[in-house]
Design a protein around this ligand. Structure first.
Ligand SMILES: C[S@@+](CC[C@H](N)C(=O)[O-])C[C@H]1O[C@@H](n2cnc3c(N)ncnc32)[C@H](O)[C@@H]1O
Length: 397
């Protein structure tokens, strides 16, 4: 083996780099920044949900509501005592060869949903006794952690025509977070309490099935065999999302999720395989009028209303020591100190003391000092929202 002395090797490398510098062209201009939000917001994707989900970025949606095929396995036509045929769910989209095929499909779409769900997001899946237990098992196997099962108790269920079983008057919604370890998620507890005449809301929701003028018809027939009532989605959306959030529904059907999301100032992404339903959903959502933004604020929890110290923003990384704050009128700059005080014009004091020092009169520092073009109060709001978008996981274990 040939040995090169250390000095000689260094010189060769140095000379080499001179040559390289001479022949390497200048670095290309940096690429233009990617669009901030490549998500197909407020759109209905006409596709199979597995294909469409795979095209969505990781951790990109705040909430998922899924109403998957029930896999009803109906064999015979259901007939009423007066011999009329029951309009049951016998659509092609609900047919699977066997339980194994249904489970494999469930595993695939729930897995993709977990990938696209943000780390502080949650998922709702609704089903009947035919499928919800299978869905629940897959959900748990994939690592989701169930927060609640919520019963949709139908006040006007279809009777059991044969009288061979109890009337089936419920569907079950599983509400889950991404993992047992997930600390933060949105639960607007106080809002749901206010919604329920100031009583804590239980997991039994008595609501009528979708009927009357709400039921979309095409040529006098139901446009979709399993259109969910908007009231159900209203509670889901109000309880577990915030205005501006992105709500994904991979089995969009007639677009109930999109209609309620639009009404409540949230974004939606719908995925639906059948063109006829896409059309129905588009027409339905187009005519929804969003509530005015001022009407969307919900009751805050006690924790949300808690006093937040300025130092909490520093210790939690919303601001860093050394960051500069600008006064409302842009004439003064203050520096954030490691201990949560501000340094301005040779004095160091609290947020309010620093503002008062500059103006010469008692001044509220939350509004006076600005960061990133907004008062630091906006950062406080964000901190409150982030730190209260979860509740203790009572009874989890
Ligand atoms: C139970 S329905 C959802 C109804 C909806 N929640 C509503 O309120 O109208 C299920 C829907 O999923 C659609 N679907 C079934 N399999 C699908 C798949 N693999 N990809 C996308 N959509 C699918 C069906 O066409 C059907 O419209």
């Amino acid at each position: 083996m040939r040995h090169v002395s250390e000095t000689k090797r260094k010189r060769t490398v140095a000379e080499g780099s001179v040559i390289l510098n001479a022949i390497v062209p200048p670095a290309p201009e940096p690429l233009p920044p990617m669009p901030a939000n490549p998500l197909p917001l407020d759109q209905i994707i006409h596709a199979d949900c597995l294909t469409a989900l795979k095209a969505l970025p990781d951790q990109s949606v705040d909430l998922i509501f899924a109403d998957p095929p029930y896999n009803l396995q109906l064999r015979d036509t259901l007939v009423r005592p007066n011999q009329t045929v029951v309009d049951a769910v016998d659509d092609a989209w609900d047919k699977f060869d066997d339980f194994a095929a249904y489970d494999a499909f469930t595993r695939a779409w729930l897995g993709e949903c977990r990938r696209v769900l943000k780390n502080d997001g949650t998922i709702w899946v609704i089903g009947s006794y035919h499928n919800i237990y299978r869905v629940g098992a897959v959900l748990m196997d994939l690592g989701y952690w169930i927060l609640n099962d919520v019963l949709f108790a139908k006040t006007n269920p279809m009777p059991n025509f044969r009288g061979a079983r109890f009337t089936n008057a419920t569907e079950t919604m599983i509400w889950a977070k991404k993992s047992r370890e997930q600390k933060r998620y949105t639960f607007n507890y106080q809002a749901m309490k206010a919604f329920n005449d100031d009583k804590q809301m239980t997991n039994v929701w008595s609501l009528p099935i979708c009927s009357g003028p709400e039921r979309i018809k095409v040529d006098g027939k139901k446009a979709h065999s399993t259109q969910k009532p908007e009231a159900l989605l209203y509670r889901v959306v109000l309880a577990s999302s915030n205005p501006g959030d992105v709500i994904l529904d991979p089995f969009f059907g007639s677009g109930t999720t999109g209609a309620v999301a639009k009404k409540l100032g949230r974004h939606f992404i719908g995925i639906e395989r059948e063109a006829r339903y896409v059309e129905v959903a588009r027409a339905r959502i187009d005519v929804v009028t969003p509530a005015p933004p001022g009407a969307l604020a919900v009751a805050q929890s006690r924790r949300q209303a808690e006093r937040v110290k300025f130092s909490a923003l520093v210790e939690n990384g919303y601001l860093s020591p050394g960051d500069g704050l600008i006064s409302t009128d842009g004439t003064h700059a203050a520096m954030v100190m490691a201990d949560g005080r501000l340094s301005v014009d040779g004095m160091t004091g609290s947020l309010h003391q620093a503002a008062t020092h500059v103006t010469g009169r008692p001044t509220n520092g939350w509004d006076f000092w600005h960061y990133g073009g907004a008062p630091v109060d906006a950062l406080r709001e964000r901190y409150r929202r982030d730190s209260t978008s979860s509740t203790p996981t009572d009874g989890d274990a």
